[in-house]
Design a protein around this ligand. Sequence first.
Ligand SMILES: NC(=O)c1ccc[n+]([C@@H]2O[C@H](COP(=O)([O-])OP(=O)(O)OC[C@H]3O[C@@H](n4cnc5c(N)ncnc54)[C@H](OP(=O)(O)O)[C@@H]3O)[C@@H](O)[C@H]2O)c1
Length: 245
Amino acid sequence: MNNFQGKVALITGASRGIGASVAQMLAAQGADIVINYRSKSSRAEEVANAVRGYGRNALVVQADMTNESQMQEMIKRIEEQFGRLDFLILNASGGLEKDKTADYAMRLNLTAQLLAMNLSLPLIGVGGRIIFITSHLAHFYGQQPVYTAYEPVAQSKKAGEEALRAQIPQLATKGIKLVVVSGDLIEGTITPKLMQRNSPGLIDSRRQQAGSLPTVEEFARAIVNATADPQLESGATIFVGSTDW
Ligand SMILES: NC(=O)c1ccc[n+]([C@@H]2O[C@H](COP(=O)([O-])OP(=O)(O)OC[C@H]3O[C@@H](n4cnc5c(N)ncnc54)[C@H](OP(=O)(O)O)[C@@H]3O)[C@@H](O)[C@H]2O)c1
């Protein structure tokens, strides 16, 4: 257990899945939580109730990360309520949505990640940490094969990771570290199920190849530990699940 008393974490895309699990784990260890979501307000409120159940403060903010004014408004509300941020967890991601234009994956996984970081920086003090969540398929994009349907996501998340890494020297001058946490396909989550529509049997075959797939809780625990581990250098990458395929 870490002691996050007095710390404030903003988790993008915390209304469900991995982000929701991270929010609850951080709250269980003492952090106050900003729960960002795009559209699922009732799910975000459920996560907030769980956070409050741990005796922590929760601020629920709707903001589409690709909408600059909504993002600015979110940061304003964080400043008003907490006056600071200690952890920025860049978890929200997308690109498999059917109703979006072809450039959406890049707008969300690259441009919006940099925007979120830049808008948050004035609130993050010395010792703060930015965590970028990615997948092995994206982290190793260009080096290892990727399922065709996932390619725009992998390509854009890789571009997002590289753009954030390019900021490491600037972050260092402020005493802030960037850590990347990369996961294999996560058991029971939506994204692999969407990918499977184009590649039947993908999840079973990956599970067999890797031995097992990480659970949401295992991935979330690694993300929480990445916010706390003092030994981690800026730019470190934590891998969750097998990286061989
Ligand atoms: N699932 C996997 O197998 C897997 C494997 C490795 C890495 N990862 C990484 O883990 C992270 C979380 O994945 P997940 O599977 O938990 O995702 P998910 O279930 O699809 O949840 C996505 C979250 O992001 C939010 N979101 C989506 N688009 C947004 C936008 N434009 N602005 C703000 N929020 C937005 C959603 O909010 P609403 O629901 O309110 O729209 C939701 O809270 C991602 O970075 C992903 O690449 C996932």
